[in-house]
Design a protein around this ligand. Structure first.
Ligand code: AVJ
Length: 326
């Protein structure tokens, strides 16, 4: 059975989503301009991200996929049967297939994603492939405390799934907050054996990191700039996309890729009737993508109340998959 929870209201994002409006106003009005990375993923942005995942330079997706595929039996052995999988930020709900294939008798799948339309299409096709798994999609922002549907009676435990190093979008402080929040949500409906399976990108040669966010086909640049296009469309903005440049670099002090949109000239932009001045060379900081060493990530998880129980990585130590128990 497939249930969609509060999806209808968000199917087509309202032209003037008040929260988007507020966040853009706060971000562009600040001394140092920023925009929240979670707004990348409108219809077009989600498509561009899927293209990024197939780029030769972008190693995280295919490396994590390989770890999941090759370590599937080991992972399934540790997690066990009859669990409800809660996916945070499910997007296209593709990787979950690998996990559902590997797990013995999975009871349920509860994906959470901000892009409701994208999620409902993905879950519909997934449900056809897994008729015995109870699927309940939740449209919402998983960085906030979200009320989840009651646990399934046939599920023994709730297992969180947070692949793709999405946690890298948070600063370490925010990541700690997310992990504490996830622990509370999973403990709530979970029994013995609940935990979190989470993909974390690793610190590595800065040249490899740099290439992954500066692909030669320009897809990452288009992904970054699409945020301005979304503001133009949904908040009646007049950003000239030719007057902003994609700029991404690795900051080794903070172990993170930073993505910016840099104004190529002095200009004034209007959004929802408000004006924002840009100096030549001024940036909008649009994304952080934090990288961790295995030890640093385990320390963070422990601080949030998890017990690091297992970790898998690839032979080149590009990416890590952690199993954290409660
Ligand atoms: C989805 C946040 C993991 O940080 O690598 C990819 C997003 N941004 N290329 C990442 C992203 C630019 C991605 N995450």
């Amino acid at each position: 059975m497939s249930t969609l929870v509060s999806l209808r209201r968000r199917e087509r994002p309202a032209p003037h989503d008040p929260e988007f409006d507020r966040d853009v106003q706060a971000g562009l009005g600040a001394q140092v301009k920023t925009l929240p990375a979670k707004y990348f993923y409108d219809q077009r942005g989600s498509e561009l991200f899927e293209q990024i995942c197939r780029l030769p330079e972008y190693y995280p997706t295919r490396t994590e996929w390989k770890i999941l595929r090759e370590q599937g039996p080991a992972i399934a052995g540790i997690i066990g049967p009859d669990v409800e999988v809660v996916e945070f930020g499910a997007g296209a709900a593709e990787k979950i297939r690998l996990l559902l294939n590997a797990l013995p008798r999975p009871a349920g799948y509860l994906p959470i994603d901000i892009s409701g339309a994208h999620l409902s299409a993905a879950v519909a096709s997934l449900q056809r492939a897994y008729p015995d798994v109870t699927m309940r999609a939740v449209a919402g922002d998983f960085t906030k405390q979200l009320p989840l549907p009651a646990p399934l009676p046939q599920a023994r435990a709730r297992v969180g799934f947070f692949p793709g190093s999405t946690i890298g979008n948070f600063t370490p402080d925010e990541a700690l907050g997310f992990l504490r929040n996830a622990a509370a949500m999973l403990r709530d409906g979970g029994g013995v054996g609940s935990g979190l399976l989470i993909g974390v990108d690793l610190v590595k040669d800065p040249a490899v990191l740099h290439a992954a966010y500066n692909d030669s086909a320009g897809v990452t640049a288009a992904f970054n700039l699409n945020l301005l296009e979304r503001i133009n469309r949904e908040l009646d903005g007049d950003f000239n996309l030719d007057a902003f440049d994609h700029y991404a670099f690795y900051n080794p002090r903070q172990h993170r890729i930073e993505m910016h949109l840099v104004s190529s000239k002095a200009q004034t932009v209007t959004v929802a009737g408000r004006q924002y001045g840009f100096d030549a060379g001024e940036s909008i900081h649009t994304e952080n993508s934090c990288k961790y060493t295995p030890i640093r990530f385990r320390q963070l998880a422990e601080k949030a109340g998890f017990r690091p129980a297992a970790m898998w990585t690839d032979p080149d130590s590009l990416f890590s998959l952690h199993w954290l128990t409660l």
